[in-house]
Design a protein around this ligand. Structure first.
Ligand code: NAD
Ligand code: TYD
Length: 365
């Protein structure tokens, strides 16, 4: 019998955080654990361009659910939330998460990802110490495979002992936050956990990322920008599988542990774009242009990591977790979701987004 947890999710109005909140509410049928694990769920989210209140709209007003608009760098607010709701579990998603934005504007990445994580750790440390260091408290830091750098074609996949070698301001700021979390376990004994996950896909991902961007551009008849030669490889995991992994780590892992999470699913960018084109072509609705005609190779991202791949033996062995989705099924479900949820993504194509898009793609060779 597990005591229900009082959960604070930072960044719970973003892509993975919102999927996790929905998962914890028992809205996904494949969940290994049942609804009732959480007596209360608080979301702290600054609602930046990437955060979307509408994603959690069905939960607002429900008993035991609270969406708090605020910044993780606000130490007073964080302390007040931890105390007022008697939080025992933090799952920390909040971050600036897009590599391209980290190249054009790295400061926000250092602020949120490094300073924000530090602020949360400090507040949670005091909260935990003042209550006599309860054993069931947990701080789960959600991180990325990008901290490990880039793999050559024949290199073995990243494991939990691969040295960090981040190459972008995004991955460097996530690496910095991982190190702080690790230090808080070793120095203070704070019961922290770290997960490093590969690229996620699924519902509610902001339009700037590869898969939603391709789906939306096909519907709008806009070019499909493929960076460089399109041969870069990512290890794609369905977001629902990520949520199941996070819950397994939260409930079963020993404090201080780190786990790699991935899909055992390495795919080249150009292959993904072509698969999306094929899926959309077979859709019964009207498309402005045949999708493959829209594929456009554009200048590469500076410092573009060539290949990521995760060795997931540790989480498979220790926590009996493994991905459920095969990529063909998950990608079709995701493409269908974007086709049928125009009401969700259309409002996100705001003036800010158009400005970002023009600056990133407008003059690209
Ligand atoms: P996202 O950009 O979709 O969402 C981030 C959320 O954090 C948004 O709701 C945003 O409003 C919020 N936020 C940003 N700055 C904040 C601040 N200062 N205070 C409070 N809230 C703030 O990101 P995502 O793709 O859902 O990623 C979530 C986490 O998972 C990140 O830490 C990311 O590094 C990690 N991750 C992502 C992937 C992926 O493929 N998307 C893979 C591995 C790990
Ligand atoms: P992205 O979704 O930005 O995730 P990440 O950079 O964190 O892996 O991009 C996934 C891959 O797709 C990455 O190799 C960059 C590439 N990409 C394009 O080729 N074109 C695009 O317009 C975007 C957004 C990404």
């Amino acid at each position: 019998m597990i005591t229900p947890r009082v959960l604070l999710t930072t960044g719970g109005a973003g892509f993975i955080g919102s999927n996790f909140v929905h998962y914890c509410q028992g809205q996904y049928s494949k969940g290994q654990y049942s609804k009732g694990q959480y007596s209360e769920i608080c979301v702290l989210d600054a609602l930046t361009y990437a955060g979307n209140r509408a994603t959690l709209g069905d939960l607002e007003g429900q008993d035991g659910f609270h969406l708090i608009e605020g910044n993780i760098c606000d130490a007073g607010l964080v302390a007040q939330i931890l105390a007022a709701h008697q939080i025992d579990t933090v799952v920390h998603f909040a971050a600036e998460s897009h590599v391209d934005r980290s190249i054009s504007g790295p400061a926000a990445f250092v602020q949120t990802n490094v300073v924000g994580t530090f602020t949360l750790l400090e507040a949670f440390r005091h909260h935990w110490q003042e209550r006599g260091k309860p054993e069931q408290f947990r701080f789960l830091h959600v991180s990325t495979d990008e901290v490990f750098g880039s793999l050559g074609p024949d290199d073995p996949a990243f494991s939990e002992v691969t040295p960090y070698a981040p190459n972008s301001p995004y991955s460097a700021s996530k690496a910095g936050s991982d190190h702080l979390v690790r230090a808080y376990f070793h120095t203070y004994g704070l019961p922290t956990l770290i997960t490093n996950c590969s690229n996620n896909y699924g519902p509610y991902q902001f339009p700037e990322k590869l898969i939603p961007l391709m789906c939306i551009n096909i519907l709008l008849g806009k070019p499909l920008p493929v960076y460089g030669d399109g041969q870069n490889i990512r290890d794609w995991l369905h977001v629902e599988d990520h949520c199941r992994a996070l819950e397994a780590v939260l409930l079963k892992a020993k404090p201080g542990e780190t786990y790699n999470i991935g899909g055992n699913n390495q795919v080249k960018n150009i292959d993904i774009v072509e698969q999306i084109c094929d899926l959309m072509e077979s859709w019964a609705g009207e498309l402005p242009i045949s999708p493959k005609k829209l594929i456009t190779f554009v200048g590469d991202r500076p410092g573009h990591d060539r290949r990521y791949a995760m060795n997931i033996a540790k989480i498979q062995r220790d926590l009996s977790w493994q991905p459920h989705y095969d990529f063909a099924t998950g990608l079709k479900q995701t493409v269908d979701w974007y086709l049928t949820h125009r009401d969700w993504w259309q409002p996100l194509l705001s003036d800010e987004y158009q400005g970002y898009y023009a600056a990133l793609y407008g003059d690209r060779p």
